[in-house]
Ligand binder design. Structure first.
Ligand SMILES: O=C(O)CCC(=O)C(=O)O
Ligand SMILES: [Fe+2]
Length: 319
């Protein structure tokens, strides 16, 4: 497609979803008030009892949900709002400013995508989403327009980084989901799991992220100023299957534009990843084989988007 979904959605006579976007959603999500909330300040607290309690809660959240809402994380509300604003301003740029970042190759450091196509298990569909993705660590890349936002994105990406000595790569991604005339006939992002370790997500207050739990879809509602965190494939592998890489999707609505800013943290491309040895010893056997992270990502990108199929790449099959 030539123009993005933003342009398409802004065309005044759009009453229905063009057929190439047509996607049949599984039944819509219900609300849950039991999504775990993790208080980050307790994790760094000087009080050992408080710390051990929240570590237990964190483990339980990763085992049972693969998802939690992080509060008291220390990133200022001003910086979070400025980051969302910076993403929105990027999408509001004239098309020619954005087009120069149009993805040509998967390894391009900055990629702009407009209503891009993906292949699901049975067909090719276009997504109701425009996006910008750029690698922000170890090298920092971000479009030079809009002016002054590079510094903000740099700061937000830095504050979202793990504070331990792990060689890894960090991506900044912003998704733009404009209002859709028939929200049940299109999808922002179909059900999938993320490749890396943990994904951090903030948004502009418009809901749309749904996660799968016990076979059902749940809406995620989060307090202002919190960060939504989901565990991703490498954490499931590293924990020898204990933590779950949760399936999630982004649904669209017919009222308001939704913006999400996503920081997926993952291993360095050349890192060899596999289950942690103390866990393998405890469990008696590894459930996944070791592999190079880049090979995993490349396999995933060349495959269809269909939930957990990619974890099979590393799974050791029972005989
Ligand atoms: O926008 C969202 O809520 C979901 C984004 C997401 O899942 C992703 O970028 O991997
Ligand atoms: Fe995701």
């Amino acid at each position: 497609m030539n123009s993005g979904v933003k342009v398409l959605a802004e065309s005044t006579d759009l009453r229905s979803v063009p057929s190439e976007f047509s996607f049949v959603n599984e039944p819509t999500g219900s609300n849950s008030d039991s999504i775990p909330i993790i208080d980050f300040s307790s994790l760094t607290s000087g009080n050992p009892d408080q710390r051990s309690k929240v570590i237990q809660e964190l483990g339980k959240a990763c085992e049972e949900w693969g998802f939690f809402v992080l509060v008291n994380h220390g990133i200022s509300e001003t910086l979070m709002k400025a980051t969302i604003e910076g993403a929105l301003e990027f999408f509001d740029l004239p098309e020619e400013d954005k087009q120069k970042y149009e993805a040509k190759h998967v390894s391009d450091p900055i990629k702009y995508g407009r209503g891009s196509a993906i292949t699901t298990s049975d067909k090719k569909i276009f997504l109701w989403r425009d996006f910008i993705k750029s690698y922000v660590h170890p090298e920092f890349h971000y479009p030079d327009k809009p002016q002054n936002f590079r510094e903000i994105i740099f700061e937000y990406a830095k504050r979202s980084r793990f504070d331990f000595n792990l060689s890894y790569k960090e991506l900044f991604a912003a998704n733009y989901y404009p209002p859709c005339p028939q929200p049940d006939q299109a999808i922002g992002l179909p059900p999938h799991t993320d490749h890396g370790l943990l994904t951090f997500l903030i948004h502009n207050g418009v809901t749309g992220l749904q996660i799968q739990h016990n076979g059902k879809w749940f809406n995620t509602n989060s307090p202002q100023n919190s960060i939504l965190v989901n565990t991703a494939d490498q954490l499931e592998i590293f924990s020898n299957g204990r933590y779950k890489s949760v399936k999630h999707r982004a649904v669209v609505n017919n009222q308001a534009t939704r913006i999400s800013v996503v920081i997926p943290n993952g291993p360095a491309p050349e890192a060899i990843v596999g289950p942690a040895s103390p866990l393998v010893q405890r469990d008696g056997r590894p459930l996944y084989r070791p592999f190079k992270y880049i090979e995993y990502v490349e396999t995933q990108l060349s495959n269809t988007v269909d939930g957990k199929v990619n974890l099979d790449y590393a799974k050791i099959q029972d005989n």
